[in-house]
Design a binder for this molecule. Structure first.
Ligand SMILES: *Cc1c(COP(=O)(O)O)cnc(C)c1O
Length: 399
């Protein structure tokens, strides 16, 4: 990590105009302590050895790069490759930063890790990482989400995590965030709040990015070994933005590599049912940092929607906002219908059932590949597998 684009954020946690610490002063001190500890700990050989060993023997890294031959010939044009984060233990990229955060909490001597979860994906990945390193884990989840996401709730229980059912307000993600945060503030010296994406106050967008950037480092090396050149285009879906930044970081200085982040257009960008934050949002503040947000006239977050629950967030990682403004990455949107089409095509042409989140990225690759030439290549980050979505899609499509 020794070039300009990766030196971001600055000392105050800003990526250009975005990021920072929009939180009360006592909390700023605590966040700065975490940053100091993080910088010290990640330089130790002990931490790096332990992380590397867990990545290899536990997560199953490196995840392969796979040439999707039948999908590519069906679509025509550029060849489409997949970075197989769906093959990681627990089935998605989230384990990459959850293990990093849990290890960091352990090295910092914290006694309890806590977080909120919406659909339960972050909760399961974090509960897994806490079981692995031997830390208490407490997940706050809205009462409505607990009823909806039963398999994930069961997994978290089996993994030994304490689940707090949040019954206030909308009984969903937003109130779960508030509830988890209140618990954290009871003892921030001994507790660790494990944020689930490249969002929240500094240093979290940086810490989560650093742990996810293994995806791009591997991919760059693997692709060069396979194809003797870099991919022409990278594509990843964007909720908070951690799988995308994880892939993009290693390529930011490769001017020839085009990068595209794909947001959910839901039922259409002309409806209220989408979560296309970078495409349609404006600058605002959410959860302790500045970013593009979907907000009302008073600056409150608007309700958002996506068929992929991992993408429905009304804010987005600050580095993505900066990368959009400097035009290094372009951000596009894919609607539910295009997502489902890609979900079925990848399943039936390649035998890979993708997460609905990842299917957004596949859909965009299918959209642009046909207008590219046969010697060009697209690398898609297949952020997760679709086990969690299979019943829903089958019902929805009447299979
Ligand atoms: C949570 C999730 C996402 C969205 O999170 P990012 O921070 O944008 O990466 C994408 N894909 C899968 C499979 C997820 O579980």
């Amino acid at each position: 990590m020794n070039n300009s684009s990766k030196e971001m954020p600055d000392d105050k946690g800003y990526f250009g105009e975005y990021g920072g610490q929009i939180i009360p002063p006592p909390l700023i001190d605590i966040m700065n302590d975490i940053d100091t500890a993080y910088k010290e700990i990640i330089q130790t050989k002990e931490f790096q050895d332990e992380l590397q060993q867990l990545n290899a023997d536990y997560v199953g890294r490196p995840s392969p790069i796979y040439f999707a031959k039948r999908l590519s010939s069906e679509v025509g044009g550029a060849r489409i490759f997949l970075k197989r984060e769906d093959l990681n233990h627990t089935g998605a990229h989230k384990i990459n930063h959850c293990i990093g955060e849990a290890l960091l909490a352990k090295y910092m001597g914290k006694t309890k890790v806590l977080a909120e979860t919406g659909a339960g994906q972050h909760g399961v990945a974090l509960a897994t990482a806490c079981a692995l390193v031997g830390l208490d884990c407490e997940i706050h989840m809205g009462e409505i989400d607990i009823k909806k996401e039963h398999p994930n709730v069961t997994k978290m229980k089996i993994l030994g995590c304490k689940i707090i059912s949040v019954t206030r307000g909308t009984k969903t993600l937003k109130d779960a965030v508030d509830s988890a945060f209140e618990e954290y503030l009871k003892d921030p010296v001994n507790f660790f709040y494990a944020i689930g994406s490249v969002v929240g106050p500094h240093p979290f967008p940086k810490i989560v990015r650093d742990f996810q950037s293994i995806v791009g480092r591997e991919a760059r090396e693997q692709f060069l070994a396979k194809e003797n050149k870099l991919p022409d285009t990278l594509i990843a879906c964007v909720g908070g933005g951690c799988n995308a930044i994880g892939l993009f970081t290693a390529f930011l200085d490769d001017a020839s590599v085009k990068m595209i982040g794909v947001e959910p257009a839901g039922k259409g960008l002309d409806t209220n049912d989408h979560a296309a934050t970078l495409t349609l949002g404006t600058k605002g503040t959410i959860h302790g940092f500045e970013c593009y947000t979907l907000q009302d006239n008073e600056g409150n977050p608007l309700p958002v929607y996506s068929i992929a629950s991992g993408l429905d967030y009304p804010g987005v990682g600050p580095q993505h906002c900066h990368l959009k403004d400097i035009k290094r990455v372009s951000y596009e949107a894919i609607d539910d219908k295009e997502c489902l089409d890609a979900f079925m095509k990848l399943s039936r042409l390649e035998g890979i059932i993708p997460a609905l989140e990842s299917a957004h990225a596949v859909a965009y690759a299918m959209k642009i590949a046909k207008d590219m030439s046969g010697d060009q290549t697209i690398l898609v980050n297949l952020s997760g597998r679709g086990d969690k979505d299979a019943d829903f899609v089958a019902d929805y499509l009447g299979l």
